[in-house]
Design a protein around this ligand. Structure first.
Ligand SMILES: *[C@@H]1O[C@H](CO)[C@@H](O)[C@H](O)[C@H]1NC(C)=O
Ligand SMILES: *[C@@H]1O[C@H](CO)[C@@H](O)[C@H](O)[C@H]1NC(C)=O
Ligand SMILES: *[C@@H]1O[C@H](CO)[C@@H](O)[C@H](O)[C@H]1NC(C)=O
Ligand SMILES: *[C@@H]1O[C@H](CO)[C@@H](O)[C@H](O)[C@H]1NC(C)=O
Length: 350
């Protein structure tokens, strides 16, 4: 099939008069190189897609000369190669490019020049690489991007302006990285974002306003992180129409505060805690591995008892004070009465 497609493309292009238009990237180390250049028919009268498929080879240098003769490419697939760096302007010729797949490579940094010209790119796959830091340069020119897959890298830092050009982004996949803190502002431009996947990181704390700008968010996945407690306001500030939130696999500290936060969150109609019944306690030790749903009615019991004791004590004190006051007043009245009758006995005797 692949060979056929190459042949087809070569033929088409030969008829239009240009030479060497199929992509010669040399031989793979282990035999034949898998190259496909061709048209992928798409259903329902959509225009066909020009695809360059170079996946599953051992390419370490992206063959830019392939792009010069195939400028109309809509998809470039380079996954499962040995690419460690992307030169500035590599894709700048490909103004029609909509999908770029660079997953399963060895890319550790993205410079500003990487995204030059990719104004029509809708989907960028970068999963299973070696990225560690996303900065304001990384995705600078990707104004039309809708899906960004950064899962399974080793990203530990996202700088505040890293996603600032992406007002059309709808899906951001950051699962299985090493994020531990999310700084306020990193999602501030993502007003079209629907899916935010942060599962499998090391997030232990979220700043209160962090999710506030995400007014289109329908799914927030925070499963398998290091959250032990939650702030109600962090989630209250999500003003989308309806958002599903996943929180499984975190080391919850099951105390009365947590129980209260969850009770309030579950009463907000636009938020859905889909896996609430699966949340388990990590602390206190006595509740290890208990499900939160099994213990949540008891968590505030101790506090309730304390409150009751205090209330009763206060009540008794007040009552006692009233009674004493009442008795004293009676005594005084009696005293006055006797005084008027001419009895001069000392009041303090009573
Ligand atoms: C080329 O593709 C075939 C079938 O898709 C695959 O079995 C083979 O391993 C690929 N070759 C390389 C070098 O990856
Ligand atoms: C991948 O590239 C590195 C250099 O960047 C090289 O040392 C290594 O042998 C390459 N691996 C394969 C499988 O081609
Ligand atoms: C992200 O990339 C991984 C690895 O290639 C893949 O399995 C997953 O389906 C991708 N997710 C999306 C939403 O594209
Ligand atoms: C709860 O966990 C079980 C077992 O891991 C899983 O099958 C189920 O889908 C989970 N429920 C939700 C709502 O995520």
């Amino acid at each position: 099939m692949k060979t056929f497609l190459i042949f087809l493309f070569a033929l088409t292009d030969a008829s239009s008069g240009s030479h060497g238009s199929w992509c010669d990237v040399g031989r793979g180390r282990q035999g034949d190189l898998n190259v496909t250049i061709g048209s992928r028919a798409r259903p329902a009268r959509l225009p066909s897609t020009e695809v360059l498929d170079l996946s599953g080879n051992h390419i370490s240098v992206i063959p830019t000369h392939c792009f010069i003769v195939n400028r109309k490419l809509r998809e470039v697939l380079l996954q499962k190669n040995n690419i460690s760096a992307v030169e500035d302007g590599t894709f700048s010729q490909l103004v029609f490019l909509q999908k770029l797949d660079l997953s399963w490579n060895r890319i550790s940094t993205l410079t500003e020049g990487f995204s030059i010209g990719l104004v029509r790119l809708r989907e960028l796959q970068l999963a299973h690489n070696r990225l560690t830091i996303l900065d304001s340069q990384s995705f600078m020119h990707l104004d039309g991007l809708q899906r960004l897959n950064l899962s399974s890298n080793t990203i530990h830092t996202v700088q505040v302006r890293a996603f600032s050009s992406m007002s059309t982004l709808r899906q951001l996949h950051l699962q299985d990285n090493q994020l531990s803190a999310l700084r306020n502002g990193i999602f501030s431009m993502l007003r079209s974002l629907e899916v935010l996947n942060l599962a499998g990181n090391r997030i232990s704390e979220t700043e209160m306003g962090i999710f506030k700008p995400l007014s289109s968010m329908t799914l927030l996945n925070l499963a398998n992180n290091q959250l032990s407690t939650l702030y109600f306001k962090t989630f209250l500030s999500i003003h989308s129409y309806s958002t599903h939130i996943l929180l499984e696999g975190n080391p919850w500290n099951c105390d009365c505060d947590l129980q209260r936060v969850f009770r309030k969150l579950r009463s907000i109609q636009r938020l859905f805690l889909d896996d609430y019944s699966n949340l388990t306690c990590k602390a206190p030790a006595a509740l290890l591995d208990y499900r939160l749903t099994e213990v949540d009615t008891e968590l505030c019991m101790a506090e309730t008892v304390t409150v009751l004791v205090i209330t009763v004590t206060v009540l008794i004190t007040v009552l006692a004070a009233i009674l004493m006051g009442e008795r004293k007043r009676k005594r005084i009245r009696k005293g006055k009465h006797w005084t008027q009758q001419g009895d001069f006995s000392d009041e303090s005797d009573y």
